[in-house]
Write a protein that binds this ligand. Sequence first.
Ligand SMILES: O=C(O)CCC(=O)C(=O)O
Ligand SMILES: [Fe+2]
Length: 194
Amino acid sequence: MLQDDLFAPPLASGLRLQPELVTPEAERALIARIDEVELTPFRFQGWLGKRVTASFGWRYDFDSADFGPTTPLPEWLLPVRAAAAGFAGLPADDLVQALLIRYDPGAGIGWHRDRPVFEHVVGISLGVPATLRFRRRKPGGFDRMNVLLPPRSIYHLSGEARHLWEHSIAEMDVTRWSITFRSLSAKGLAALRR
Ligand SMILES: O=C(O)CCC(=O)C(=O)O
Ligand SMILES: [Fe+2]
């Protein structure tokens, strides 16, 4: 077991968090890079979301459920992917998808589990503190858990936190950026072979 796990507060099984993955300078550079990318409003069932996104490596289109390879990861994402993989204990090559998100003021992300074509979810939170909310249905309601994501922190969702709990981020009145890396699941790999 890693030392940070020994001292970490008990979170849902499969949720790990570490502050300060990158320096403030690196954070500013990443934010500038994200803002240079052509980000487009997230679409879901015809609705235009307020958060703007770009996918590299693999795309998953919520409107069409179209899933497949897309533009390779840009060079500038490779060092941060290597750091994310190191944190998650995964080979960097397994993190085939990078999703860039900018949440402009008023944007959030509603309750969801990530698409089943993906397995590991490793996210880096940039710009401002945010609360990642978790909920899991139980008879008569939900178990709930809130996790503070400081800017420059990284989290890993696997196991129960990934598959049993839903997560969301409430709308904020300040801008936040995130980079999420994902590996393919057995289902995603099977879709690939079809
Ligand atoms: O912005 C984040 O950290 C969370 C993003 C998220 O949950 C997702 O894209 O599935
Ligand atoms: Fe998610």
